[in-house]
Design a protein around this ligand. Structure first.
Ligand code: SF4
Length: 253
């Protein structure tokens, strides 16, 4: 006998409409400049759009672009309590230069409470559970206040991101997701940063192309994949905020 809970959930008419709108926007905006995509999002969603920031180089470029087209929109970061000092310093330099009040999104549990409930250094034994507690759940709680979010993910970052569209329906969070840099190459982002003198995390200059939490980030060696320094040796490639896509571009949830 089939279990009803195993059946795929049928999208509501509203979800279907919003998903179709995102698909049309992705077609219309294909080939647009990243700031034009942000501008479209700001026009369409106003203050119900927010930008996610981990203070990596893609995100600082997006922050600069957003300042040009919609400087009042909320920008947030997930503070897992395990970020590098350099990351906090980058936050402070950006806040000062652009007069931004970054929204700090916190996990429900302190590190001490997490250790009491699930044991010390959960990231070593079960990084998926740790990422869920310190990133996915807080993000999910925060995004409930918005209709759209923007991220700095790019197609060339990893095979799991190669089908990313500039605008898409985020099945996990039930909202529109903008990825204005999806089609940009690494060199283009750095050229933009240097041309506009945007503050960035100095760890990028020391073979840290992707920077997350301290326990799950290491330097990459010459020739290694840029994301090889994240969750090294665990087989994990994503924190759960940007689930992999299958070949049809449908979220793998
Ligand atoms: S990146 Fe590592 S430390 Fe940070 S939330 Fe995920 S598993 Fe935990």
């Amino acid at each position: 006998m089939s279990n009803q809970s195993d059946q795929p959930r049928r999208p509501s008419p509203e979800e279907k409409r919003r998903r179709e709108e995102a698909e049309k926007a992705a077609e219309d905006l294909c080939g647009s400049k990243p700031w034009e995509i942000l501008e479209w999002g700001a026009r369409r969603f106003g203050s119900s759009m927010t930008l996610a920031c981990s203070f990596g180089y893609e995100d600082v470029a997006l922050i600069h672009m957003l300042q040009q087209v919609a400087p009042d929109l909320d920008i947030f970061y997930l503070d897992t309590d395990l970020l590098f000092e350099e990351t906090y310093r980058t936050r402070d330099r950006l806040a000062e230069k652009y007069d931004i009040d970054f929204k700090r999104v916190r996990p429900a549990y302190t590190l001490e409470k997490q250790a009491q409930l699930w044991g010390d250094e959960l990231w070593k034994r079960d990084p998926d559970a740790c990422c869920f507690l310190r990133k996915v759940e807080p993000l999910s709680r925060f995004l409930k206040h918005y209709d759209a979010w923007c991220t700095g993910i790019r197609r060339e970052q990893s095979p799991t991101r190669e089908h990313t569209k500039v605008v898409e329906w985020d099945t996990q969070f039930q909202m529109v997701k903008l990825n204005p840099l999806a089609c940009w190459k690494e060199d283009q982002v750095w050229e933009y940063i240097r041309k506009n003198r945007i503050p960035y995390n100095p760890m990028h200059d020391h073979r840290y192309p992707s920077i997350g939490c301290i326990p799950c980030t290491r330097q990459v060696q010459p020739g290694e994949d840029p994301r090889a320094g994240r969750w090294s040796g665990t087989g994990k490639t994503e924190c759960g905020l940007h689930p992999a896509k299958d070949k049809k571009g449908i979220g793998n949830f």
